[in-house]
Design a protein around this ligand. Structure first.
Ligand SMILES: [Fe+2]
Length: 230
């Protein structure tokens, strides 16, 4: 169990490696503690006793965020342990998982429960990737899920290092995966989303898959979109 405090009231909890389409992904959950003591869990990792206890010590689990249509694997497990919490899902997920019970669908603007502390937008332009991007104001932290990846070379064998390097997601040269770029058909909308994110004063990026960006985060973010005509 590895809980890492990032700044005041924000932590990362690394999970197990999961496989999707045979590709190994390291997983990471972000936890924000709001001023009222509520915990906001982003991209839940696999549950176990150590992780549950670590989270319990931080506060009261109130919001469980499934930030895109792929990151929903452990949402229900966390909810079952914290049944007073609310599950929030990205647009597109209810259609994919009609049996998933949830409290609300995330929208273009932040929910009233956290709007003073966390901002959010829906990254537009793709009909496949439906991802919400978040910004924790106090710690100036941008939180992304699959949109930007920066896989750790030390956690991948030579084959996956080669594949991830070709896909543009191997640290230190991570970015928007090339396969996801191909899914972004409406580049005008994607550019608008990119510009909205740039308006946030972020100084670090928490990345769900790979090494987080703690230095020159804005430069890394802008470089990640050098393929987008802006
Ligand atoms: Fe992912």
């Amino acid at each position: 169990m590895s809980l890492l405090q990032i700044d005041e009231n924000i932590w990362c909890l690394d999970g197990d490696s999961v496989t999707m389409f045979t590709i190994p992904f390291q997983t990471r959950m972000t936890i924000i503690r709001q001023k009222n003591g509520d915990l906001w869990l982003h991209s839940t990792v696999a549950i176990d006793e150590g992780r549950i206890n670590a989270v319990k010590k931080l506060g009261r689990v109130s919001h469980i965020i499934a930030p895109n249509s792929l990151h929903h694997l452990f949402v229900k497990d966390w909810f079952n342990h914290f049944p007073d919490s609310k599950i929030w899902v990205a647009p597109g997920l209810p259609k994919k998982l009609p049996n998933l019970e949830f409290y609300g669908i995330l929208r273009e603007k932040p929910e009233s429960f956290w709007e003073d502390e966390i901002d959010q937008i829906y990254f537009e332009g793709s009909n496949i990737l439906t991802e919400m991007i978040f910004f924790h104001k106090k710690s100036k932290t941008l939180i992304v899920t699959d949109l930007i990846q920066n896989h750790d070379p030390s956690k991948n064998n030579w084959f996956w290092k080669m594949v991830k390097g070709l896909n543009g997601v191997l640290a230190p040269n991570g970015g928007v995966p090339k396969d996801l770029r191909l899914c972004i058909r409406n580049k005008k909308l994607a550019t608008e989303s990119f510009k909205k994110i740039c308006e946030w004063d972020f100084q670090r990026i928490i990345i769900s898959h790979g090494i987080c960006i703690n230095n020159n985060a804005r430069e890394f973010f802008i470089n990640s979109f050098d393929w987008l005509d802006k």
